[in-house]
Design a protein around this ligand. Structure first.
Ligand code: UDP
Length: 241
């Protein structure tokens, strides 16, 4: 597989075209941003950890029948993925109140929700990813009702699979963000699943093992990402090429 020109550079990843029109090449960066890119920094080793953590989650989900864009890891900080036409809707699932939900609704962080909450936001950095609902999605033509039913069903299934899986590693899956895209007329899971896009708390100590350590200047950011990686994989970073 040949890496061709860069198509896109985001806050945490770069995407390149390849000689196969149905395959993209993703490079995970060490850069970190928070609060709609008002806070910027570098987390040493994050690119490698997020690439390998995402690859691991995508493989777990594929085994459970969740179609996703992951093809294979090609270097410690790079993976090949299927080309998607991204749906401009970010899905957030929450099991425990944290972050913006706590602020918006005045509910204490750490409150366990009796049923998971699903939220949508419009994927637009300039607007700061505003919260939207199904009516906005229909009115703006972001996805069809059938596509949104698939996206919601898949998101709740992913929540069940990953919550149980992380509980087995003594980690609480507090909340997370997903992105989906269209591939050959089907909706499949895209983007990444990592401590940048999920909140993970140690189930015994409630220690934060995710990007909140960066957002809130708690220190030990890279160590937290490595801890998640180690619990998922036993710490093996060797990549077959
Ligand atoms: N999230 C994300 N990208 C975003 C916004 C949120 O990956 O642009 C993730 C975030 O890491 C957390 C969950 O979605 O796991 C819920 O985030 P929240 O709405 O609480 O926003 P925040 O407090 O991060 O501003």
């Amino acid at each position: 597989m040949e890496k061709l020109e860069q198509l896109y550079e985001g806050k945490a990843k770069k995407v390149y075209r390849t000689n196969d029109p149905s395959t993209f090449w993703v490079y995970y960066k060490d850069s970190a941003t928070a609060f709609n890119a008002q806070k910027k920094g570098e987390i040493e080793g994050k690119g490698v950890l997020n690439n390998l953590i995402s690859a691991h989650f995508f493989a777990v989900l594929a085994e459970q029948g969740i179609e996703n864009h992951f093809i294979k890891v090609i270097s410690p900080c790079e993976m090949l993925v299927k080309k998607l036409e991204i749906v401009k809707v970010e899905v957030i699932i929450r099991n425990i109140v944290a972050g913006s939900m706590s602020k918006r609704l005045g509910v204490a962080e750490g409150t366990v929700l009796p049923t998971p909450v699903l939220e949508y936001s419009y994927k637009d950095d300039e607007l700061g990813d505003p919260l939207i609902n199904d009516y906005h999605i229909q009115a703006l033509g972001l996805a069809t009702p059938a596509e949104m039913r698939t996206i919601a069903d898949m998101s709740f299934r992913i929540n069940d699979i990953l919550s149980k899986y992380m509980r087995g590693l003594n980690v609480l899956l507090v909340d997370f963000k997903l992105e989906f895209g269209r591939c050959n007329g089907r909706i499949i899971l895209g983007d990444e699943i990592s401590p940048d896009t999920c909140r993970f708390w140690d189930a015994t100590t409630m220690e934060k093992l995710d990007k909140d350590r960066f957002r809130r200047d708690l220190g030990g950011v890279a160590e937290a990402y490595r801890e998640i990686f180690n619990r998922l994989t036993g710490g093996e970073t060797h990549v077959e090429s």
